[in-house]
Ligand binder design. Structure first.
Ligand SMILES: Cc1cc2nc3c(=O)[nH]c(=O)nc-3n(C[C@H](O)[C@H](O)[C@H](O)COP(=O)(O)OP(=O)(O)OC[C@H]3O[C@@H](n4cnc5c(N)ncnc54)[C@H](O)[C@@H]3O)c2cc1C
Length: 522
């Protein structure tokens, strides 16, 4: 797999595809189309870091691993949110780093941080570059330059403990690379976010990522047993036992810290035995509320399948993961996918128990075909977003989470805010894909005819949705993290004292503020 993504599109350019004719016809009918060719990116301004400092960096990591060429810098400019793509498509590379530095070990990371402190360079840890919240857009003002600290060389499976069922992974491993190394040991991590093909182990930890199989395997932060972090003040190793009462859990300070407190250089994760069987099947519900009630019943009975997701009526009708399926029947209710992974006996037992609950609550089993189709297309939607953007249709996603008692209200209020802000013609789709005993996440996908200024159009819709989330007492993000985009709402979510605690930790670990300035901390 090519781990370098296209600078203004998702993923492997070879997998890009135009909208199929039937989908394009429908998109034209709903939105009208207006092909938007990408602008040829202009050459970048020369890097602001001088030869003497570059020579120090080369000494620290090797001359081959310090790059200042346009291509390297362009490929590490921002992440992959729709605004990021729109800016890249318009040739705006204002956030490009001055240099890309690729350390090969914890000690090399520490050496780069020391140089950055000495010369007051901003440092942006770069894992897979799939951030959708501006997590890679550090503030440049006040710094003598910006370094992208690309962890791509740190790709080792350091060790597997088959007795304790843990593994130590380096941060630069992409999802498929980590799973391939673990599979050779007969184990799996089971973390499959939609960005899995490109996102990295360090990025998963730094953003508290959640994968599509979170019901069965757990969120990434729940899989982390230990962390090693390089900070400007030195090294910290955390997680010396499966559980501990030794004070507050400092691992939680670094999980979700988005490169602002330190650079994660190793992650110890719990692993499971490779599943022998994987079964994904579909269930039909008369309404989103009926399906959500079934999810809550399962979660509160301790009966979760490995994968459990439910699309609302609109998303069930317009299956974004499968362009060929666009234009389904909205009156057909809501589609749930339930997936089971494990050894055959455990899968059968759990499937039978879940089936009894779902059937008892009025669900209709529709067989494995929808489940297999979902599993097959689960990583394709980002390519479809590119095709829609090509056709002048703005597509973006956002997500939140709340307690069960507030789910219905949150769903209605965020949907209303998005619909009002985007106007006609627009579509607002939603699914639940991460379920807990106490609540769940809501994941919205929107599509709208691109306005003349699509960045302003999206900023308005995003602000309206974010205001609705905070007003409803929900979180600003269940798994996309804070980055720069969510900061104002994050500050409202945690309050002034929460902000003050984060600033104090930052001031202690990173006294000169070089690590991802402007990201996360309000
Ligand atoms: C199409 C698409 C689908 C997505 N689907 C999901 C999903 O299903 N679930 C989900 O959780 N997220 C999803 N995301 C969001 C994104 O993939 C996650 O936030 C992911 O965890 C980021 O990993 P990354 O390696 O790409 O990190 P990057 O984008 O490279 O970095 C993210 C942040 O973490 C910091 N960082 C990266 N590595 C380190 C490190 N080693 N140490 C310290 N800081 C570091 C960066 O500086 C940045 O602030 C999706 C994104 C896209 C574009």
């Amino acid at each position: 797999m090519n781990v370098e993504m296209h600078p203004s599109r998702w993923g492997d350019p070879a997998r890009a595809r135009a909208l199929p004719d039937e989908a394009r016809g429908l998109v034209e009918m709903v939105f009208g189309t207006d092909d938007r060719p990408a602008v040829q990116a202009p050459p970048l301004a020369p890097p602001s870091i001088g030869p003497a400092v570059l020579a120090e960096l080369e000494k620290a990591v090797g001359a081959d691993h310090v790059r200042t060429d346009d291509e390297a810098r362009r490929l590490r400019t921002r992440g992959k949110s729709t605004p990021d793509l729109l800016r890249a498509r318009s040739g705006d590379l204002a956030d490009a780093p001055d240099a890309v530095v690729r350390p090969g070990s914890h000690d090399e990371v520490a050496a780069v941080l020391a140089i950055a402190v000495e010369h007051h360079l901003a440092v942006v840890p770069f894992g897979g570059g799939t951030s959708v919240t501006g997590g890679l857009v550090a503030r440049r003002e006040g710094f003598s330059g910006v370094l992208s600290l690309d962890l791509v060389r740190m790709k080792r499976l350091v060790r597997v403990d088959h007795v304790s069922m843990t593994a130590v992974l380096e941060p630069g491993l992409r999802g498929p690379e980590a799973e391939a190394l673990l599979a050779a040991e007969g184990v799996t991590l089971g973390h499959y976010p939609q960005s899995w093909e490109y996102a990295s182990i360090g990025g998963f930890a730094a953003t508290r990522s959640s994968g599509q199989s979170s019901s069965g395997y757990g969120r990434f932060d729940a899989l982390v047993v230990g962390l090693t972090v390089a900070t400007p003040r030195g090294r910290i190793d955390l997680g010396s036992a499966p559980a501990s009462a030794a004070g507050p859990d400092l691992r939680q300070l670094f999980l979700g810290s988005e490169g602002t407190f330190g650079v994660i250089t190793a992650v110890t994760v719990r692993v499971r035995r490779l599943p022998e069987v994987k079964v994904y099947e579909g269930w039909r519900w008369p309404s989103f509320a009926a399906g959500a009630l079934a999810m809550r019943t399962l979660a509160q009975s301790g009966l979760q399948p490995t994968v459990l997701r439910l699309s609302d009526e609109a998303e069930s009708a317009i299956n974004l993961a499968d362009p060929a399926a666009i234009g389904g029947d909205a009156s057909a209710g809501c589609l749930m996918i339930a997936g089971y992974e494990g050894d055959p006996a455990a899968v059968e037992a759990r499937r039978a128990a879940v089936t009894a609950v779902l059937a008892g609550l009025g669900g209709t089993g529709v067989g494995t075909e929808p489940g297999e189709r979902w599993a097959h297309g689960r990583f394709d939607a980002p390519y479809l977003r590119d095709s829609m953007l090509d056709a002048g249709v703005l597509v973006e996603t956002l997500e939140t989470a709340t307690f069960w008692s507030d789910v219905e209200r949150l769903y209605a209020e965020v949907k209303a805010a998005l619909t009002a802000a985007l106007g006609d013609p627009s579509l607002v789709l939603c699914h639940i894909s991460h379920v807990y005993e106490t609540g769940c996440s809501l994941y919205f996908t929107v599509a709208a005819r691109e306005a003349d200024d699509p960045l302003a159009q999206w900023a308005k819709a995003k602000a309206a949705a974010s205001d609705a989330m905070i007003a409803a007492g929900a979180t600003i993000t269940h798994h996309h993290a804070v980055g720069t985009d969510h900061k104002p709402w994050f500050a409202r979510e945690i309050g002034p004292l929460g902000v003050s605690v984060l600033r104090a930790v930052k001031a202690d670990l990173d006294p000169t503020g070089i690590l991802n300035p402007g990201v996360l901390i309000p």
